[in-house]
Design a protein around this ligand. Structure first.
Ligand SMILES: [Zn+2]
Length: 471
């Protein structure tokens, strides 16, 4: 009886005590800091654009410090008077990818708009952006003092767009909140957008751990009609002034769909509480992208839309790295000396004894873990060559999808019948490098388009982020 009373007391009084701490320093609204991130591979700079208050704080009010150690950058909010750390979150950015391209290495400057969203403080704070160093420490690259009482904080009401709730599980503060946006939908296509958003939602919750944890999520879709159908596809000579600015051919990679119009999509997303963003592009042509803590994109009419939705969301939601390594990409990050990648599903295996997913392995699995790498590479490189030739010849999307389906059938079979299929180990070949970088499973949705879901290490990495947003 005494124990039962004690448990009740803990439940009743400990939760408000923690939440009360948040209420003490934060208003419950969201502060968005818009800035420009500019430089070359050799130097980087930040410049403030504006401070904006927008909507209810959608994140946790109890898990304010990020314990997952992911991302190339880290935002920190520090109380100015006491120097107390109030809020931290790891993230990645388009700039962080761009600075690894050949263009940035050649000394070309670019300026990319970015933003961080943090709880609106009641009192002046220091906001710091820190960047991960090769030794995994974080070094401050930008800092500014923010006085929330300043008249330079924009408090205009958020834009008004229609939206619908597709999954409604409870208050934003204790749920991971997804917003689905649509780009390239003509005004007459609202019904199609809502149906597409539902298809994307079904794809996301098709695999664990999203499936098993569905009640920890809210999903809302915001309607942003365009003047014309479709988005910009520069390689086809098609340019559109689409509402969210999404386009193919980012960093000159045809299939890479990103928006550099940070304000446009954020203004639309802010209509609802959101922690994570999925931008559907109203296109058949295969393409997508996903950046940790920013957004993911997917061509919703592709025959492989479900793969695009879940794979790209894996990058965005949990900072998962690409486990594949035989397709061409623009970035050249891992060309030099090896350091352990921050991505939770990639390792340089510098210290096998302390491999970050060692606790998920069976004792008898060897490191590195043998797999039929030569046979895979031979087939995969032949397939990539055919893919490039077909693209260059302007092959219709149906033919590309047929090629993908052939590859999918072949790789599902061959990767599924190896000695260590289904086991956690360290399989050489990951994140665009054939040697020296390793992935945790022989197959995974971060490796192929095979319908195998997330490998156990990716599953665990996604679960940790769900936990960070749902308590
Ligand atoms: Zn994986």
């Amino acid at each position: 009886m005494v124990r039962a009373t004690f448990v009740l007391w803990v439940v009743l009084f400990s939760l408000p005590a923690i939440a009360g701490d948040f209420d003490e320093w934060a208003t419950g609204q969201t502060l968005r800091v818009d800035y420009v991130h500019t430089g070359t591979a050799a130097e980087e700079h930040f410049a403030l654009e504006r401070l904006r208050v927008e909507g209810e704080w959608p994140g946790s009010r109890t898990q304010l410090l990020d314990t997952t150690n992911r991302g190339k950058y880290l935002v920190e909010v520090v109380d100015l008077a006491t120097n107390r750390l109030l809020y931290t979150r790891g993230f990645a950015s388009i700039y962080g990818e761009w600075e690894t391209t050949g263009e940035a290495r050649a000394g070309v400057w670019r300026a990319i708009p970015e933003a961080v969203r943090v709880p609106e403080p009641r009192k002046p704070v220091q906001l710091r952006i820190r960047k991960r160093q090769p030794d995994q420490s974080f070094e401050e690259v930008w800092g500014l003092t923010i006085d929330p009482a300043s008249r330079f904080v924009d408090r205009a009401p958020v834009a008004s767009y229609d939206w619908v709730a597709l999954v409604d599980s409870g208050p934003a503060a204790i749920k991971a909140d997804f917003v689905i946006l649509g780009d390239g939908y003509a005004a007459s296509q609202k019904e199609k957008f809502v149906a597409d958003a539902q298809r994307a939602t079904d794809a996301l919750f098709r695999y664990d751990p999203f499936k098993a944890r569905k009640s920890d999520f809210n999903v809302r879709a915001v309607w942003t009609p365009a003047e014309h159908e479709g988005i910009s596809r520069p390689r086809a000579g098609i340019f559109r002034e689409s509402p969210l600015g999404a386009r193919y051919n980012s960093f000159d990679s045809e299939r890479y769909v990103l928006s550099l119009d940070d304000r446009a999509w954020r203004d639309a997303a802010a209509v609802v509480p959101y922690d994570f963003v999925l931008i559907l592009v109203n296109e058949r042509k295969y393409g997508g992208g996903g950046i940790f803590g920013l957004y993911s994109t997917a061509a919703i009419d592709s025959g492989f839309y479900d793969y695009l939705v879940i794979h790209e969301f894996g990058h965005h939601f949990a900072g998962l790295g690409d486990e594949y390594y035989t397709s061409p990409v623009a970035y050249e990050e891992f060309g030099g000396g090896r350091v352990e990648p921050w991505e939770p599903n990639i390792t340089a295996l510098l210290d096998p004894e302390n491999l970050k997913w060692r606790h998920m392995m069976e004792e008898s699995t060897p490191l590195p873990t043998p797999w039929e790498k030569d046979a895979y590479e031979k087939r995969s490189r032949a397939y990539q060559k055919t893919r490039a030739e077909m693209r260059a010849a302007g092959a219709p999307e149906e033919d590309m999808e047929e090629l993908f389906r052939e590859g999918q059938a072949h790789f599902t079979k061959t990767l599924g019948e190896q000695e260590y299929s289904g086991k956690v180990g360290a399989f050489e070949g990951a994140i665009y490098e054939a040697q020296g970088l390793y992935r945790p499973s022989v197959d995974c949705i971060m490796f192929t388009r095979d319908e195998v879901g997330f490998c156990p290490v990716c599953d665990h990495a996604v679960t940790e982020i769900i936990d960070l947003y749902s308590k």
